[in-house]
Design a protein around this ligand. Structure first.
Ligand code: CU
Length: 350
């Protein structure tokens, strides 16, 4: 049962949803995501010890419920909210003979995870995630990294089975790329699949701040099951920027959109440091590949755990019309008493 004190404390913790979203990212950095969602962390700017000069009106249970519901509704109504900057944009190569040349500049920028909520980011080409590199098995590629960060960095091509010298690990395969320096990687693209590129230097900080991107290798001979009408890359992160999909937090996350009857391919990639069981409402997912490798037999699920470093490719037959919630099922990553935030988006089948 809820007594009057509980109702009063719930109501007093219900500051604005905007205040909550502003404080939640900071709390995640401090490792206190739970606190951000709970009453203690929701309103750090409101000292509880301040003595009110006027008597406080204790709201009714119904008033408290209405106040909470209004914030939940506001979050949903705001989706998909506009914010500055879009990551994971396809990067077109410059051709040098038969070699595809991709230029990546690492720079410190300000990045919006939500409208009006700027965070410090380390970004490739001013995007979080960095631009999407999409090549074919057997392509010759050259990646030119220019480091404009205030610290050294490198690029590791996560999942690609490269010659050792191109593996991008400081003091194992190469020296760190110092601020102001440029470093070139060059290789023939080996194994197909949904891969990633990211920093492998001071990586808990640098990857958390945005030094990451999708490196997708299309196979020369695709399997019939992987033909899809819509191809959606979803990069999960949970570091300095809070809980994000493709560098954005709900309600600024991008919806996944497909037409009724279409086949949707989702490429989940986890660049964070926590597991995220991704749950889709309304339709199941057919898992076709793990870390770029085709599964011996496709299998079905509606909740798929994506561990740090993993990539999972799934196909969704979009046969159920509607707007379907699509979120991480560690609920503290997705919802609080202030409404949905972080790792939430929707699959819209129209
Ligand atoms: Cu999660």
């Amino acid at each position: 049962m809820t007594d009057k004190n509980d109702v009063a404390s719930t109501f007093s913790s219900v500051k604005s949803r905007r205040d909550f979203l502003r404080t939640s990212a900071v709390s995640v950095i401090a490792g206190g995501a739970l606190a951000a969602c709970g009453k203690a962390g929701a309103a750090p700017s409101a000292p509880v010890s301040a003595a009110p000069s006027a008597p406080v009106k204790v709201p009714s249970e119904r008033e408290a419920a209405d106040a909470m519901d209004a914030m939940h509704e506001a979050g949903i109504k705001a989706f998909p909210a506009k914010s500055k900057g879009k990551g994971n944009q396809l990067l077109q190569p410059v051709m040098d003979g038969h070699t595809k040349v991709y230029k990546l500049t690492a720079r410190k920028i300000q990045w919006e995870t939500l409208a009006g909520q700027s965070v410090t980011a380390y970004a490739y080409n001013d995007q979080v995630p960095g631009p999407q590199i999409r090549v074919k098995e057997g392509d010759k590629v050259r990646i030119v990294l220019k480091n404009e960060l205030p610290e050294s960095t490198v690029i590791h091509f996560h999942g690609l089975e490269l010659p050792n010298a191109q593996d991008g690990v400081p003091f194992i395969t190469q020296p760190p790329v110092k601020p102001g320096e440029t470093y070139t990687y060059e290789f023939v693209v080996p194994n197909a699949g949904s891969h990633m590129y990211h920093s492998h230097h001071n990586s808990a900080t640098q990857v958390s701040l945005g030094m990451l991107g999708a490196f997708i290798v299309e196979p020369r001979n695709p399997q019939p099951i992987e033909h899809a009408d819509v191809d959606h890359v979803m990069i999960l992160n949970d570091g300095a920027h809070g809980y994000t999909f493709n560098g954005k937090s709900f309600p600024a996350t991008e919806p996944v959109v497909a037409k009724l009857g279409q086949k949707l391919r989702i490429r989940f990639m986890n660049e964070g440091m926590m597991i995220h069981p991704m749950h889709l409402h309304g339709m199941h997912m057919t898992v076709i590949a793990k870390d770029g490798w085709p599964q011996p037999a496709p299998w079905k699920c509606d909740t798929l755990n994506i561990a740090p470093g993993e990539r999972w490719d799934v196909i969704v037959n979009c046969n159920n019309k509607g707007t379907w919630a699509f979120h991480c099922h560690i609920l503290q990553h997705a919802e609080s008493d202030h409404g949905m935030f972080g790792m939430v988006t929707a699959l819209i089948v129209a």
